[in-house]
Every structure is written in C-alpha cells, then in structure tokens.
Design a protein around this ligand. Structure first.
Ligand code: 4AD
Ligand code: MG
Length: 429
C-alpha cells in the first residue's frame, strides 16, 4: 500500500493509500466513528464504519489519544472534514498503544506544559510555530546566500566575552577557563576580512538572570558581517532581511499563521522603508509617554515595549551612548559619546530583534576600549591582530531568531519560539 503524508493527500483523491501517524482526536456519531490522525504534516479524519472496517470499528472504544497507527483507506474530498479530506478506512493497525497521554484537550498551565515540552511539541499550535521557525531560518540563509554572503561557523567554546562579562557561562576547559559563546561576532570579523561578506548562524548563550518574556539563556542568532561596510549598509541589509523573512512566511505559511490566530494584516504592512530615530529622539518619545530614563542608560523591556508600540513597522534606533553598549562599537565622528550602532525593534510591543554596529577598526582605540571596559587583553590578542594587518571599517549585526519568530507568530513569550527552551529555571527536558 502506498504510504503518503497528509500534506500530499489532495493528490490522491479516489486512491487507496496508507497514512502513518498518531491518534489526535476521537469521536463517534451513532454507527460512524471518526479517528482524526495527525502525521506531523497535517491531520486527516479517518471514517470508520462497521461495514467497511469491521475490525477497526470493534477496536474503536479501546483507541486512545497519541496511539501510533497505520491507516489504509480511500481518500475522499470533504469540505466539512478538518483539513478538507477524509479517509474511508479499510484497516487500522496499531503500532503502539499510548496509555494515559498526559496532555489532554483541557487547558493546562504553562508549568505543566513546559515540564512536558517533549510531548507538547505534538500540538497543532506548536507544530505551526516550529514550521514558521524553520521557514524564518531558511529565509535568513536564502536572503544572505543570494547576496553573496558566505556562511562561516563561529566556535561555541571561546576564551573571551563579547557582550559583557556578567552573562557568561563559564566552563572548565582542561584546566583553562572557557566560555560558551555569547555571539559569533568577533570570529565573523576575522572571517569577513578573509571572505568579504559572511554570516554565522548558531546557538548563543547568555547567563541572563532575568525572567522576562524576551530572554532565553540559549538562543539562536543570525549574524552577518561585512568588510568596508558602515551603519547605512547595516540599515539596508537588516531592513531587507526582515522584509524578506516576513514575506516568505506570508507566502508559505498562511495556514500556520491562521492556526495561531495571527493578525495577518499587521504582517502584510511590513515593508520598506522602516523609520529611523536616534537614541535622543527615543528618549523624547519615552518622556512624552511619561517614562523618563537617564541619558546613557540602555533600554530595557519597558522602554522597548513603549517604543515598539509607537510604530506599525519595525523601527531602527541608532546612535546609543557608547557607555550603554559593547566595547567594540565605533564612535560617531560627530559626537564621540555616541556609538555608530542600531537596534531594530519589532512592532506591537515585541521590542529588540536586531542589534548591530560599525566596529572599531583603529588598533589604539580598541586597546583603550578593552581597558576602559575592564576586559583582559590576552584573550583578545588575535582580535587585535585584525587591526594590525590591513584593518578596514566594517560592520554587522545579530538577529535573534526566537524574538523574530515570537513576533511573526504573535506569541507573547519566546519560550514557545524554540523547541526546547533554556531559561533561568529550566534545563529540562
Ligand atoms: O544585541 P545583541 O546582544 O548583539 C550582539 O550579540 C552582537 N554581537 C551581534 C552582532 O552585531 N553580530 O544580540 C543580538 C540579538 C538581539 O537583538 C536579540 O534579538 C537577540 O539577539 N537576543 C536574545 N534573544 C533571546 N534571549 C536573549 N537572552 C537574547 N539576547 C539577545
Ligand atoms: Mg542588543
């Protein structure tokens, strides 16, 4: 019997096929039983009757949720059926009987579900989120690959910090100190001097001791880096990339967006150009909203929520105070207290999804910054070399995948935007 996936079922109307999956829902009306089966690619209603499938009909009462099975039958189009097709069941073979599946159709609390994340992934909502996540990641690669960027992997075990020393995960590396990477950026800088335009894409780690809806301790970041580029180039690549990602999800995953109840018009409105405001202008907007922060402080969740709710589209905030940001940022030639950097905030209160900047390319200035930021010099010697041998202005940024996915899916918390979230109080499952 031909094994087909539910997503392809429409090509087999009138044929007898085999579906392999798990029992998703059970109901019966009089003498007709319905076994809704999911196979990961979709769900299909299998119609079981005494006449066509006597054995399956007899076994119906003993079927349980998430029992794995192989069902054969003839495909029929039916608009009323979930998914639009039915299988007129001939036989239903149980592969493994699931006993007392803990996640029932009733509402469960988030702690209960997080503890069972390995099973929760089977729900249709999580299926939609994970499919969109995969599309976002594919779109990231396609966008950059099509523009001549080379993917160069950065190491995960590193000797130095990139984004401050307070969020480092330290590990013993055969008697030496090593850290889990906070960002592949420094290695990207080396790679772009070798290949011109590069990106790395992988997991990054931050020992974030905060419990917010935007913070994971392990998250994925796409980081492009371009030799000879400046802040203007970063605006353009970042804006183009984000428009492309949204477009691709709209083009290929409307079904999933609808399943998640996403307000699709909000995504359709995402197009170039995005508004650009300076840090100083952002402070004024915050003040108008009755929210005052000291000049020089970086924005936190509250500020980002206010600012990103003020726009329909993502907004760039640029030229933050040097002291609010990382050590490597090039100062603004017109005001040395400002960094040539930008954050992109997603709308609807989602907040920062991108952080990027021009990098310091002058050896002396970079050496001074390491000192000012209290960073040890030795682990950065190789990084300083990049400023000794043909140093050039360059720039890049990092896009956080989970925050981007959370925004596009319209989900409140990043914990659902990654298959197995790592949070301050969670490393299980
Ligand atoms: O702004 P960040 O810290 O920038 C960097 O790491 C740069 N070195 C990137 C670069 O220029 N190559 O982080 C970049 C993005 C943020 O905008 C956010 O989307 C995401 O990474 N991010 C997090 N996502 C989830 N949980 C966290 N704890 C995150 N920290 C940052
Ligand atoms: Mg940032």
């Amino acid at each position: 019997m031909k094994w087909v996936y539910v997503e392809d079922i429409g090509k087999h109307v009138g044929e007898e096929v085999c579906i392999k999956g798990w029992v998703y829902h059970l109901r019966s009306i009089g003498k007709v039983c319905f076994v809704v089966v999911r196979d990961g690619t979709g769900i299909i209603q299998c119609v079981v009757t005494q006449a066509d499938s006597p054995e399956a009909f007899a076994a119906f009462d003993s079927l349980t949720l998430e029992t794995s099975c192989e069902v054969t039958g003839v495909v029929r189009e039916d608009r009323r059926a979930p998914g639009g097709y039915e299988l007129l069941t001939g036989s239903l073979k149980i592969v493994h009987r699931s006993e007392d599946y803990p996640i029932t159709p009733k509402e469960h609390g988030i702690a209960f579900l997080m503890e069972r994340r390995h099973l929760w992934l089977r729900s249709s909502r999580q299926n939609s989120i994970l499919r969109i996540r995969a599309e976002v990641m594919r779109a990231c690669r396609d966008y950059l690959d099509e523009r001549g960027f080379v993917e160069v992997d950065a190491p995960i075990l590193t000797p130095a910090s990139v984004e401050g020393t307070t969020t480092l995960f330290e590990t013993d590396y055969f008697g030496e100190r090593a850290f889990l990477s906070q960002s592949g950026q420094l290695y990207n800088e080396a790679a772009c001097m070798a290949l011109g335009k590069v990106y790395c894409f992988g997991p990054t780690f931050r020992a974030e001791k905060c419990k917010t809806r935007r913070h994971l301790t392990e998250f994925w970041m796409l980081e492009p880096e371009i030799a000879f580029a400046n802040l203007e180039d970063i605006f353009q690549v970042a804006e183009g990339l984000v428009c492309y990602i949204v477009e691709r999800v709209l083009e290929r995953h409307m079904r999933e967006l609808e399943n998640l109840g996403r307000d699709i018009a909000r995504l359709e409105a995402i197009e170039s150009p995005f508004v650009r405001i300076t840090y100083d202008e952002a402070l004024e907007i915050l003040a108008q909203e009755g929210h005052r922060i000291e000049w020089g402080e970086d924005f936190g969740g509250d500020e980002e929520t206010i600012l990103s709710s003020a726009y329909e589209k993502p907004v760039f905030i640029h030229r933050y105070p040097v002291k609010a940001k990382a050590f490597y940022m090039q100062p603004d030639p017109e005001n040395q207290e400002l960094a040539m950097c930008t954050d992109m905030l997603a709308p609807e209160g989602y907040g920062e999804i991108i952080g990027g900047s021009e990098r310091i390319h002058d050896l002396g200035l970079l050496e001074r910054r390491l000192e000012e930021f209290g960073l040890p010099r030795e682990p950065f010697e190789w990084y300083l070399d990049l400023r000794r041998y043909g140093s050039v202005p360059h720039a890049g940024f990092g896009l956080g995948i989970e925050r981007t996915v959370a925004w596009i899916c319209g989900i409140r918390h990043v914990r659902e935007a990654i298959p197995f979230p790592r949070l301050i109080y969670r490393v299980y499952p």
